[in-house]
Write a protein that binds this ligand. Structure first.
Ligand SMILES: [Fe+2]
Length: 458
């Protein structure tokens, strides 16, 4: 079935760590900005038991959150903890975790982690309920937004910086075969609105985009493959015959108000940001910057990188003519795109990406989307940086006045660091490097959770 004989996604730094570690007073090289008070958290797959390397899919590993607590220029602690799940509890011979499990999902969220409505959440797509974590990353239980979430959620919600509401486009395998759902969670942490959107099939709906006018659905040609599903495998596969569409759902509209636009045959996990054009010749069009793969899960059905890597593109969507025009911003490998969170759904200038590859040297990119200039932060040979999370400097007015925070894996000695980079000055080198007590496997997404958003309990 696959031309890949065995999963690369268990080797080297894809491989799991076995211990849950707590370490205090970490060594810092350089100087941590004293205003960074909070936690950098990142989720990723870390298989509990040894999976079959012939069939193991990277996305199926049990969720583990790694976190570093910073305060007043010190790195107070590092912790890594499995995210609570039925599987974890069974493996450990412990009782089920609290909280409603609407679809009896055995796994726990392995894809994203962050703060919202005063709480720390681990999140995943395809049906699993968010899991609430303590400040110290222990599992509280599943939390369906205090009983208000009807079903599935996502790992990629978008928080509107003006309203504080969280927007999500969600799907549920195998419960919802004919629709996805738009979910809006109020700043109080309770769902205030859902809209069911019929789709012609079941796409792997990883992310969404938000503009001031629209919630954007990515109906792309990676769809359920029943042969894989019945074999107990990761059930999504490249299916170009499905077609490729974007749906522009007006944020307060009904499903039938959605404007559907044919899109290039491709796959994208992650948009960098999106916004509406107001005024000028492109008035009313939608700009989406996103990382685009030519194909996904075609020959490599164990993970995302065996069929090629993504490049950064700008798509201009015309909701009247129902067309998409595409421009390649950069041919280089780009993934895990981020932007300044206060500009989500708004015009913006700067974006940041990781650059995964098959070797362990992954630089960090900064794009000036106005001038087209690109800057590269070289972490050194054998050093790979993950998703660069932007944190604005307090009182800063320039869009890029702040820091990038990420984990760096060093393949030369299998060590890990949390690094802080000046987003305005890559030439300066690291602002700070926090030495971590163990390797941090390659993972997915993280966030800076300031103590203002989720305070440390007294
Ligand atoms: Fe993602």
């Amino acid at each position: 079935m696959s031309s890949t004989d065995t999963s690369i996604y268990l080797n080297e730094n894809y491989g799991p760590v076995r211990e849950e570690v707590t370490a205090f007073d970490l060594q810092v090289v350089g100087e941590l900005p004293t205003e960074l008070n909070g936690r950098y958290l990142r989720n990723g797959p870390n298989p509990l038991s040894d999976p079959d390397p012939a069939t193991h899919h990277w996305f199926m590993g049990d969720g583990m959150v790694h976190g570093v607590r910073l305060r007043e220029g010190r790195a107070e602690w590092y912790r890594n903890r499995y995210v609570g799940s039925t599987t974890l509890q069974r493996t450990r011979g412990l009782p089920e975790i609290p909280g409603r499990n609407w679809n009896d999902s055995p796994g726990g969220p392995n894809t994203n982690v962050g703060g919202f409505a005063g709480t720390t959440w681990a999140m995943v797509e395809a049906g699993g309920c968010p899991v609430e974590l303590t400040y110290d990353l222990e599992t509280v239980g599943r939390n369906d937004f205090h009983g208000t979430l009807p079903g599935a959620f996502t790992a990629h919600p978008k928080v509107d910086p003006d309203t504080g509401e969280m927007h999500a486009m969600v799907y549920a395998w195998p419960q919802w075969m004919d629709h996805v759902q738009y979910v809006v969670v109020g700043a109080d942490g309770r769902v205030r609105r859902t809209v069911d959107l019929p789709l012609p099939g079941m796409t792997m709906l990883h992310d969404m985009s938000l503009t001031q006018r629209y919630a954007v659905v990515y109906d792309l040609p990676v769809t359920v493959d029943f042969d894989l599903a019945f074999a107990g495998r990761f059930p999504f596969r490249w299916n170009p015959g499905y077609g490729s569409r974007l749906g522009l759902l007006p944020r307060e509209g009904a499903a039938e108000d959605t404007v559907w636009v044919d899109a290039p045959i491709c796959y994208s996990y992650h948009p960098m940001n999106a916004y509406d054009v107001v005024g000028g010749p492109d008035d009313g069009k939608v700009i989406i910057d996103l990382c685009v793969y030519d194909r996904m899960f075609d020959s490599d059905i164990l993970g995302p990188f065996g069929d090629g890597f993504a490049r950064l593109e700008r798509w201009t969507v015309d909701p009247v003519a129902r067309t998409v025009s595409t421009v390649v911003i950069d041919d280089a490998r780009s993934e895990f795109p981020r932007h300044r969170g206060s500009l989500t759904a708004k015009p913006y200038r700067y974006g940041y990406c990781a650059s995964p590859s098959l070797d362990p040297t992954w630089p960090t990119f900064k794009y000036d989307l106005v001038t087209g200039e690109k800057q590269v932060f070289d972490h050194g040979p054998g050093r790979s940086a993950g998703e660069p999370v932007f944190v604005g400097r307090q009182g800063g007015t320039a869009e890029d006045d702040g820091w990038l925070i990420t984990f760096v894996h060093d393949a030369t000695d299998a060590s890990a660091e949390l690094v802080v980079i000046d987003a305005q000055d890559f030439a300066r080198g690291y602002v700070a490097q926090v030495r971590l007590p163990q390797r941090v496997p390659y993972g997915f997404h993280g966030n800076w959770v300031s103590d203002r958003s989720v305070p440390e309990p007294a």
